[in-house]
Each structure stands twice: as structure tokens, then as C-alpha cells.
Design a protein around this ligand. Structure first.
Ligand SMILES: NC(=O)c1ccc[n+]([C@@H]2O[C@H](COP(=O)([O-])OP(=O)(O)OC[C@H]3O[C@@H](n4cnc5c(N)ncnc54)[C@H](O)[C@@H]3O)[C@@H](O)[C@H]2O)c1
Length: 259
């Protein structure tokens, strides 16, 4: 399957977890992928992304990027456009974990979380749109570019005890609707994929006994999610068969939000 042949895609937060699975899946589907991350270190362990990425797609590469840095993000996107001719798809997966309720969320904590999970998404999309709006429309649907934001079920309902994270994710879902509505006429297609509980292999509070008990109790499916579940949804929203899906939030949550 080379459904994404000829596309150039930027994936942020691509070194680990869900972003990594997305980068590899898009490459498998034929896209030239620039997997960007602040570090090459893999949260769940294993070889840096560049290795498996290059094996699948020699034209794909890793790029070091801090999504909080607007200038650097614009520079990376300008470089992609100069080298590849255009940027067809951007996927925003970079994040830092939250974990504090409002009383414990002082300004430092608020900025730590929102600077990546909210402002970092704004920065990426602002820089990506600046490029996409200048490139020629392409294909039968005259598309200039696509965006898939990684949201969360916790952007729709409260994220228990995690104020800045939940607020950031809710804002990302609103960014999706805003961009879809404002720029559909410009040939931009913008959607979100919102994972439920996905087991990425990371350790720590995200997979504590309490967190897993909560997730299992909330998930009707007989298992929790895998990064490949989310990657498949992103590949679908990147594919030419989904040109009329715009401003949508696709839940990949094993039924969490249905129950
Ligand atoms: N895992 C889940 O259960 C789950 C559930 C719902 C939503 N999500 C969302 O999925 C996405 C990926 O989550 P994950 O669990 O794979 O996380 P993860 O921690 O495994 O990966 C996040 C990646 O973002 C990178 N990153 C952090 N700060 C950055 C910065 N300033 N610039 C560039 N990269 C940066 C990290 O280095 C890391 O590689 C996130 O947007 C998260 O909110 C995850």
C-alpha cells in the first residue's frame, strides 16, 4: 500500500510512543517523513527513530526541533519546503505530561505544560500554514495541505487531576475546528485524532496501578490501545480517500467516550 506516495509529512514528537508509530506508519504508506523531536531519546526505549525510519524510507529523516521555538520551527519548515518542494501534511504529537490539579498548577507548571501542548501546537500550525498557503493546490480536490492534530479524550471530558494538560488538549481540538472552518476554502484539510488510553511502553505515572485501573474501567474494549491504532487513524485522515472529512475529531479510544 503506497497511499501516501509523493507526500511530504512532518510529525512532531516523533521520537517516542504515538508520534513514532505515526512517523513509521506514514513512511510505510509511502510518505517522505520528517520526524521531529526535541530529543532522539526514546521514552519507551529502543533505537532512535532515524534507524527504523531510514530502513523503511531512505528519503525520510529525523530533525531535532523544540516546538516551543517559533523561529526554529519556521526554519525547519522552510528547509523542508526548499528540499522537498512542499509540505503536504503536518501531525502534531509532541507533548509533555501534566498531572497537577488547579491548586497545584502554579505559573511555572502552567507554562511547562502549555508551552509544549498548547503553544507548541500553535507554533507548529502557524509555521506549517504559512508554507501550505503559499504552495500550489494539488490533485483533483485542489488541496494545499493537511493537518492532523493529536488530541485526547481528555480534551473533551475532564482529565482527572491534570488541569493544564486537559485544558491544552481541549484547545487543540478547538484549533482543529477553527483552522478547518477558516481555511477549507484555501484547500486546507484539518482534523484531529484523539486517543483514549494507549500503552506506548513508557513507565511512570501514566501506567500506575491507579491510572491503569481507571483506564480499564473506562474502556469498553477488551484491551487498551496501541500506538499502531492511532497511527492507522492518522494514515486514514492523511489519505486521498478522506478529502471531505474536515474539522473532525476521530476518537481512537476503544469506546471510552461512548460509555
Ligand atoms: N499515550 C496515551 O495514552 C495518550 C492518550 C491520549 C492522548 N495522547 C496524546 O498522544 C500524543 C503522544 O503521546 P505519547 O503517550 O506517545 O507521549 P510520549 O511521551 O511517548 O511522546 C511525546 C514526545 O514528544 C516529545 N516532546 C516533548 N517536548 C517536546 C518539544 N518541546 N518539542 C518537540 N518534541 C517534544 C518527547 O521528546 C516525546 O518523544 C500526545 O499529544 C498525547 O497528549 C496520548
Amino acid at each position: 500500500m503506497n497511499a501516501l506516495e509523493g507526500m511530504t509529512a512532518l510529525v512532531t514528537g516523533a521520537s517516542s510512543g504515538i508520534g513514532r508509530a505515526i512517523a513509521l506508519r506514514l513512511a510505510q504508506d509511502g510518505a517522505r517523513v520528517i520526524g521531529a523531536d526535541i530529543t532522539e531519546q526514546v521514552v519507551e526505549g529502543g533505537p532512535p527513530l532515524a534507524e527504523p525510519l531510514r530502513e523503511i524510507s531512505p528519503e525520510s529523516r529525523f530533525a531535532r526541533l523544540d516546538v516551543r521555538d517559533h523561529e526554529a520551527t519556521s526554519a525547519l519548515i522552510n528547509d523542508i519546503a526548499a528540499r522537498e518542494g512542499r509540505l503536504d501534511l503536518v501531525v502534531t504529537s509532541a507533548m509533555v505530561p501534566g498531572g497537577k490539579a488547579l491548586p497545584e498548577t502554579d505559573m511555572a507548571e502552567w507554562l511547562r505544560v502549555t508551552s509544549v501542548n498548547l503553544t507548541g501546537v500553535y507554533v507548529t500550525l502557524h509555521a506549517a500554514l504559512a508554507q501550505m498557503l503559499t504552495q500550489a493546490p494539488r490533485g483533483t480536490e485542489n488541496e494545499r495541505g493537511r493537518i492532523v492534530n493529536i488530541g485526547s479524550q481528555h480534551g473533551i471530558i475532564a482529565s482527572p487531576g491534570s488541569f493544564a494538560y486537559g485544558v491544552s488538549k481541549a484547545a487543540v481540538l478547538q484549533m482543529t475546528r477553527q483552522i478547518a472552518a477558516d481555511h477549507a476554502q484555501d484547500g486546507i484539510v484539518c482534523n484531529s485524532v484523539s486517543p483514549g488510553k494507549i500503552l506506548t511502553g513508557k513507565t511512570g505515572p501514566a501506567v500506575s496501578e491507579t491510572a491503569l485501573a481507571y483506564s480499564n474501567a473506562r474502556t469498553p474494549a477488551p484491551r487498551l490501545g496501541r500506538p499502531s491504532d492511532v497511527a492507522a487513524a492518522v494514515a486514514y485522515l492523511a489519505s486521498p480517500q478522506t478529502t471531505f472529512i474536515n474539522g473532525h475529531n476521530l476518537l481512537v479510544d476503544g469506546g471510552w467516550m461512548a460509555a
